[in-house]
Design a protein around this ligand. Sequence first.
Ligand SMILES: [Zn+2]
Ligand SMILES: [Zn+2]
Length: 380
Amino acid sequence: MAKKDYYEVLGVKKGDSAADIKRAYRRSAIKYHPDKNPDNKEAEDKFKACAEAYEVLSDSDKRARYNQFGHAGLQGSGVRDYSHMNVQDIGDIFGDMFGDLFGMGGRGRRSSAARPNAPRRGYDLETSVELTLDDVAGGTEKTIEFTRQDNCDQCKGSGCQPGTTPANCPTCGGSGQVVQSGMGGFFQMASTCHTCSGAGKIIKTPCKTCRGKGRVSKKRMVTAKIPAGVHQGQSVRITGEGEPGLNGGPRGDLYCYVQIKAHPFLQRQGCDLVATVPISFTQAALGSIVEVPSLKGPRELKIPAGCQHGDVFRIKGQGLPDLRTKRSGDELVQVLIEVPKKLTKKQQELLKDFEQSQSSSAMPKTKDFFDRLKKYFNNK
Ligand SMILES: [Zn+2]
Ligand SMILES: [Zn+2]
């Protein structure tokens, strides 16, 4: 059976934030949890499918692979097989995210679940910035536009329609926790309140702008300072430009991943730049001054007489700076000798004369090759 689209499974959109996906998963997990749907195979299958979708979409690396290549992109990336897992095990994997939501109080809980109102740092965000080799050579500043979750202006992030206030949660009385006794009262166990998810408050009249979420997607522009010598795939971190924290926690960070555009003539090799330049066989034989590309535009390079196919010439200091030392690499120009594909009658005559006039010592490689060939087969 073909796998369903993970975004469809969770009912989210491709551009939704990590926080949106987490909320969507939480909703679906509650809805389809086998405790709430006893003997309902369909609900159980949905519950498992949601867990798998959440594992992928909550992991930025797996999510990027899935966005680019679909299900095929996740082969070998270690996504768990939920269809063969029992519900208890799935609860163990995600249990700490929900406190004792699944009736597993105490098992594997971490401090965030035990203290639901504790300040929590916001999620980090990722974006990419495209650079040219010129940008890499000199370093640059780039304006980056991205979308992030921000507090709703209408309700100042409270989620309540202006003029209304949140009410104390009727289940927990505002503490965010419910206390259960076990073993005939021998011990007590505090767990996160189901009704308010630990917030202690419930919103009676949700804000119309954000539908009670307290957050809305907003476009934002920031300037990223890109250092000279940066490499493809490296990231520049802009502190405090991620999503807002919870309960007064700090914002996450924004990571700008560097994408370097291909240059039509220059390839990067560490700090060096490599160019290949075709020259004619007469230029190679006679020596010549040829025009070669460089980051600062075309420049002249002197090719000595007798230059060979594949020879590399080094232009000192014309490469890219090292990210740390800022010392500049070189430009390496490799020449490719091109032999004419068409000759006029007159050129053929000239070259035949040239061939006859040529002494074997002028072509040491050819001479050596045929000498060795003759010797080898004569001795056999
Ligand atoms: Zn609002
Ligand atoms: Zn409550």
